[in-house]
Design a protein around this ligand. Structure first.
Ligand code: ADP
Ligand code: MG
Length: 671
C-alpha cells in the first residue's frame, strides 16, 4: 500500500439506502493515500482498525467540496439552538460535512471539527488536482430522499448547479493551503514539486516570483539582503530551502530567510486570518481579561464585540484597527472586523463586514468596489474607507508576532566566531556540560552548550551540524551554528526563556488547563511531523529535551544529538542513563531505532505532560521497566487525560507493526 497521507475518524453517510435514517450514519476510520480514499470499521475500545468497508479510487474523484449543513439532521447529530454545548459534545455530533464526488455519485463525510474538514479537503484537492475528469460545477447541498436539496434534480449523477471556487480566493486550485500552514509531509513535498514547474514565458526565462516581507530582517552576513516588513522582493533562486536568493526594489541582491516572507498575491498572512476555533479560543482569553476589567464597561455589548473592545483586546481602542478572520455565521467566507470611532461615538465600536463575492468571483466589502483577490480588496480599503466605519489602518493580531528564528545566523554561516558571543547567566548542566544564556553580536539571544572535553564525538557531530542547521521549524529549537576552532567547542542554539519543559511542568504552581496540555502535545507533534518528513530521527524525545518559549510554545530540542554522546551509561540500553522509560520493546530488545520508536517516545512524552512531569513507571527500576514493557504492560491513564487523549497516547505504544505510521497522522487526530 502506498504511504498514508491522512488518517481520521469521521461519520460516513451510507450511499446505498434510498431513504436517509439515523442508521445510515456510521463512524469509520478513513485513510487517504495517493491512490485511494478507504474507510474501515474502527474498534474504539482497542483503538484498532477493523475490516475494510469500502474505498474510492483517487483518479475517479471529480470534486471535493464542503456541503451546506442539513436542514434536518438526525437527533443525535442535531445541535439544539440556544443550548450551551461543550466542545466535546459538538465534536461528537460531527457537524461539518464534506463531499467526495466520484463516478458513483457523492460520498458524504462528516467531520468533528471545521479545522479537520479543511485539512482533509485541502489534502484531497492536492491529490486529485491532476485528475482528468474534474468538474467545474457541483451541488452545494445534500442529495437526500431522491433529490438534490439545492436544485431539486432527481438524478444522482446530475451535473452540478453551482460553479466551483466562488469562495476560494486563491487562484490555483492545487495551491490551496490551510489557514495555518503545516509542515509538508513527504507526499506534499513531492506533490508541491510536481505542481510548481517553472512556467516558461516567451523568451525562455522563468516567470518571476514576488514575495512580501512579514518581518524586518537585518543582514547577518555580507551575502544577506535586508528585508523591510511589507516591502516586495523578487525571488531569484530557491535551491536552499531556508535561504532564498532575492532582489529588492532597488535591484540589490542577496540571501533572505525564506520563513520571513510570504506570497504577494494570494496571502492573507499579512493580516492574520483567524479561524473560528482560534477566534473562540482568543475569545476565552479575552473573556478572562474582561472580567477583571468589568467596571470600565458601562453597557453590555454583544459578547465578541464587547471583548474586542476590552482594553485587553489587541484592538486596544485604536481607530482603524482591523483583523481578517473566517466568518462565524457564513461558513467559508471571510469577515473583516474593524474598530472605529466617530464624533458621535468617541468610545468607538467594532463593525464586522463579510467579504462578499459576485457570480464572476470578484470580491467586495462595500458595493461598487470590486476586486479580483481579497488582499487587493484589503489593500484598497487600507487607503479608502469607502463606506466602512474607518479605513483599515492597523492590522492587529491576537498574538504579538515575533520574528521567527532563521536557519543559522545568516546565509551559509554555520561556523560562528566566538568573539561575537557574550555570556550572561548559566542555565544548567547537561550531558555535555554547562549551558549558558548569551548574546550574539550583543543583540540576539542565544543558548550556548559548552561541550566538555571527552563527552562528545566532536568530528562526527561537526559534520552532522551542517545538516542539522538546515532543519528549520517553528516548533524545533533552532541550531544557529557551532564554534569549532577552539576548545571547548560550542553549540549555539535558539534561546528559550522558560527553560526545560519537565521543570516547567513540575514547578508550575497554577494548574495547567486541559487545552494548554493538549496544545503542548500538538507543538511537539508538529515538530516531530516535520522531523519525520525530513527522515530525521530524534532518538531521545522526552520532556527533559523540550523547552518552553516566552510565549509558552513548546519546542523540541537535542534532536539526533544522542548519537554523539561518549558515555557508556548513556549509549547502552542496559546503561543507567539510557532512556529506557521512553523506549519501545524493539529498541530495548534489539536496539532497533526508527520513526516508530520516536512515536513511542512521543506517547510517553504526552504521558509526562498529562501527569505534570511524573517519572514514567516511577515504582520500577530500569530493568523492571524493560521487563514490564516487553511483557506488554503499559502506562496508566493520567487523571488529567480524557479517554480520547489516552487513546492517542496509547496508540503510540502498540507493537511496532500496528503503531501509528507518522507523527503527522497523530497530529491530525489530536486536533
Ligand atoms: P544536554 O542536552 O547537553 O544534556 P540540556 O539541553 O539538558 O543539556 O541543558 C541543560 C539545561 O539548560 C536544561 O535543562 C535547560 O534548563 C537549559 N537549557 C538548555 N538549552 C536551553 C535553551 N536553548 N534555552 C534555554 N535554556 C536551555
Ligand atoms: Mg538535553
Amino acid at each position: 500500500m502506498s504511504n498514508v497521507i491522512l488518517e481520521g475518524i469521521f461519520l460516513k453517510r451510507s450511499q446505498q439506502k434510498k431513504k436517509t435514517s439515523p442508521l445510515n450514519f456510521k463512524k469509520r476510520l478513513f485513510l487517504l493515500t495517493e491512490s485511494k480514499l478507504s474507510y474501515y470499521e474502527y474498534d474504539f475500545e482497542r483503538g484498532r482498525r477493523g475490516s475494510k468497508k469500502g474505498s474510492v479510487d483517487i483518479e475517479k474523484i471529480t470534486c471535493v467540496e464542503t456541503v451546506a449543513p442539513e436542514n434536518n439532521p438526525p437527533p443525535e447529530r442535531r445541535i439544539p439552538k440556544g443550548e450551551d454545548l461543550s466542545e466535546t459534545d459538538i465534536i461528537e455530533r460531527f457537524p461539518y460535512p464534506f463531499q467526495v464526488v466520484y463516478d458513483e455519485g457523492p460520498l458524504y463525510v462528516f467531520s468533528p471539527t471545521e479545522e479537520l474538514r479543511s485539512r482533509w479537503i485541502h489534502q484531497l484537492k492536492n491529490v486529485i488536482c491532476y485528475n482528468a475528469n474534474l468538474v467545474q460545477k457541483y451541488h452545494p447541498c445534500f442529495w437526500t430522499d431522491g433529490q438534490y436539496l439545492c436544485c431539486s434534480q432527481t438524478a444522482k449523477m446530475a451535473m452540478g448547479c453551482q460553479i466551483l471556487g466562488g469562495k476560494s480566493f486563491r487562484s490555483g486550485r492545487c495551491l490551496l493551503k490551510p489557514d495555518k500552514p503545516l509542515p509538508p509531509t513527504p507526499e506534499e513535498n513531492k506533490m508541491m514539486k510536481k505542481q510548481l514547474p517553472p512556467e516558461p514565458v516567451p523568451g525562455g526565462q522563468s516567470r518571476t516570483r514576488k514575495v512580501v516581507a512579514l518581518y524586518d530582517y537585518l543582514p547577518m552576513t555580507e551575502q544577506d539582503l535586508e528585508l523591510q516588513k511589507g516591502e516586495e522582493y523578487i525571488v531569484l533562486e530557491e535551491s536552499n530551502e531556508s535561504w532564498w536568493r532575492a532582489q529588492d526594489q532597488n535591484g540589490k541582491e542577496g540571501y533572505i530567510p525564506s520563513n520571513y516572507v510570504t506570497e504577494t498575491k494570494d496571502s492573507l498572512e499579512m493580516y492574520e486570518s483567524l479561524n473560528p476555533l482560534q477566534f473562540a479560543l482568543g475569545t476565552w482569553l479575552l473573556l478572562a481579561a474582561y472580567f477583571k476589567d468589568r467596571s470600565s464597561f458601562p453597557t453590555p455589548y454583544p459578547t465578541h464585540e464587547m471583548l474586542m473592545m476590552s482594553p485587553a483586546s489587541k484592538f486596544q481602542g485604536k481607530d482603524g484597527g482591523f483583523i481578517v478572520r473566517d466568518s462565524i455565521s457564513n461558513t467559508g467566507k471571510y469577515t473583516v472586523s474593524v474598530f472605529g470611532k466617530s464624533s458621535g461615538d468617541p468610545q468607538g465600536m467594532i463593525r464586522h463586514y463579510v467579504v462578499c463575492s459576485t457570480p464572476q468571483n470578484q470580491y467586495f466589502l462595500a458595493e461598487k468596489h470590486l476586486f479580483n483577490t481579497i488582499p487587493e480588496l484589503i489593500n484598497y480599503h487600507q487607503h479608502n474607507a469607502a463606506g466602512l466605519i474607518s479605513r483599515l489602518k492597523y492590522p492587529v493580531s491576537s498574538q504579538q508576532r515575533t520574528a521567527p528564528s532563521t536557519a543559522g545566523l545568516g546565509y551559509g554561516a554555520w561556523e560562528i566566531d566566538p568573539k561575537d558571543l557574550t555570556f550572561l547567566k548559566e542555565l544548567g548542566t547537561g550531558q555535555f556540560g554547562v549551558v549558558k544564556h548569551g548574546k550574539w553580536r550583543g543583540q540576539h539571544d542565544v543558548a550556548v552548550k559548552m561541550i566538555k572535553e571527552g563527552s562528545m564525538s566532536e568530528d562526527a557531530f561537526i559534520e552532522e551540524a551542517k545538516v542539522m542547521m538546515n532543519l528549520s521549524h517553528e516548533k524545533l529549537v533552532q541550531l544557529f551554528g557551532v564554534c569549532t576552532k577552539e576548545r571547548p567547542i560550542l553549540i549555539v542554539t535558539e534561546y528559550l526563556s522558560k527553560g526545560c519543559l519537565l521543570t516547567y511542568l513540575r514547578d508550575t504552581r497554577r494548574s495547567l488547563q486541559g487545552t494548554e496540555l493538549l496544545e503542548m502535545c500538538k507543538d511537539v507533534c508538529e515538530a516531530m511531523g516535520y522531523l519525520e518528513s525530513k527522515q530525521f530521527l530524534h532518538r531521545d524525545l522526552a520532556a527533559r529535551n523540550c523547552l518552553i518559549s516566552e510565549q509558552g510554545v513548546v519546542k523540541v530540542s537535542d534532536f539526533g544529538l544522542s548519537r554523539y554522546v561518549l558515555d557508556d551509561d548513556y549509549i547502552s540500553s542496559m546503561g543507567s542513563k539510557f532512556p529506557v522509560r521512553w523506549s519501545p520493546p524493539e529498541v530495548l530488545l534489539y536496539s532497533k531505532f526508527s520513526s516508530k520508536s520516536d512515536i513511542w517516545a512521543f506517547g510517553v512524552l504526552m504521558w509526562e505532560i498529562y501527569t505534570l512531569g511524573k517519572m514514567p513507571y516511577e515504582r520500577f527500576s530500569n530493568s523492571e521497566t524493560t521487563e514490564h514493557v516487553t511483557k506488554g504492560l503499559r502506562l496508566y491513564r493520567p487523571q488529567l487525560a480524557s479517554e480520547r487523549v489516552y487513546a492517542i497516547m496509547y496508540s503510540c505504544w502498540h507493537e511496532v507493526r500496528r503503531r501509528q505510521p507518522t507523527a503527522e497522522i497523530l497530529f491530525a487526530r489530536i486536533q
